[in-house]
Design a protein around this ligand. Sequence first.
Ligand code: TTP
Ligand code: MG
Length: 478
Amino acid sequence: MASEERRCIMHLDLDAFFAAVEQRDKPSLRGRPVIVGGLGGRGVVATASYEARRFGARSAMPTIEARRRCPAGTAFLSGRYAAYRASSEVVMGLLRERSPLVEQVSVDEAYVDLTPPAGPLGWDDGDLERWCGGLLTEITEATGGLTASIGLAPSKMMAKLASEMNKPAGVTVVRPGHELAVLHALSVRAIPGIGPATGARLHSFGVDTVADLARMSEADLVSIFGTAQGAALHRLARAEDDRPVVVEREAKSISVEETFESDVVDRGELETELGRMSQGLARRLEKAGVFARTITVKARQHDFTTQTRSGTLPFATGDPGVILREGRRLLRSVDVTSGLRLLGLGVAGLTAHAQEELTLDTAYPLLGQIELPDAVGLPEIDDDLQGAGSGDEPGSIDATEVGEEPRAVAGRLLPGWRTGQDVLHDEHGAGWVWGSGRGVVTVRFEGPRTAAGPVRTFAHDDPALHPADPPEWRDPPS
Ligand code: TTP
Ligand code: MG
């Protein structure tokens, strides 16, 4: 194909996205290791700042493991999804100014078809690297300092691989005709879609790089992996990928279902399956940066009659435990005595806002309507927090949190200050929760447009302290 006929596709991915937003909004954390994720006992890391990655912290690692690896002075924060959403929207807006063909694939990642006539850029145009660099500069300015990486290539697969090659803040252009030179040098495990199992299988046949894979015949690959996967691997090794950039409409629901090999009668087994599904749904919600209010269970009987049951929560959630609890409740109203051949779990009513953003007043009715998560009880008291009030020196940041959910203590709902949360104090102004426990909450008073600020400690129920919206990083219009 002549080069002018080849598509010019960009993949853009923000660098250490959640952590970068935290460092923008919390000046005292800039240049320091930051972990964003679940801070409870079984929490996992959503992302680690590049400083924290140097110590081996990674996405999806148990937070406890990240605590072990990272030095004192590392900040462990629970997420602020509204803040991530706001920055994501600014970036996606800038992409849509370049081309109408934008496919957002997660909160921080999108493909853009730049090929004329819809887009502004073909392979014969001048300095492509410079054009991309200009876009990155504009993104950094518009987001108050976030950086992104770009891959530009003739297909989605190559563009995505390219965007990962020079992170952070890198531009990698793979021109038509150069795909194989780039692709064949990579490990097969670097290819999206080749997971650990396929990777191990390939390795057992002596295939480690994509070049090794390209030497296998299609017939051999099909005999090992089956028709569909074998053919896909064969195409992949040749950089054959003609998937179009699809302008997505906002996802309205996410669901998973499982067809059983033989009908399942055992409720325990079905609930275990629901547990697995709710974990998967929660991961997808997290990745998309949204929360769900409606939970749906789908059950197909041995005779193929299908029932669906839906329940709507009084708040939106991304918590797998809450999704599971509602799913179980719904499943209880389904007769499973003759066995289910299919079970499905879905979430809908997606919003960018979670329960955690409710104020105390609106959260209060929850107590009457839903069972609170099992973990709810007396807050753990954190013994290391003693120095928090005086810990102004950088080395002492080890913000520790009491809980991620509103907590009921002796029938009373506490605000449950979350580490990293935005707050406003009537006298001291805007800040964020640096740590809490033992009936106190420590706040650092700083924001994206201030220098690093001081910490102060308050009673956890200080009436002058309020949850707040994410801070504005843009300068006010003059
Ligand atoms: P990624 O783009 O995969 O990661 P990243 O932006 O943090 O880092 P990189 O510089 O390598 O691109 O994911 C984007 C955001 O999605 C990430 O900041 C946090 C969130 N996320 C999760 O919540 N859970 C996950 O398992 C992953 C991988 C990401
Ligand atoms: Mg990213």
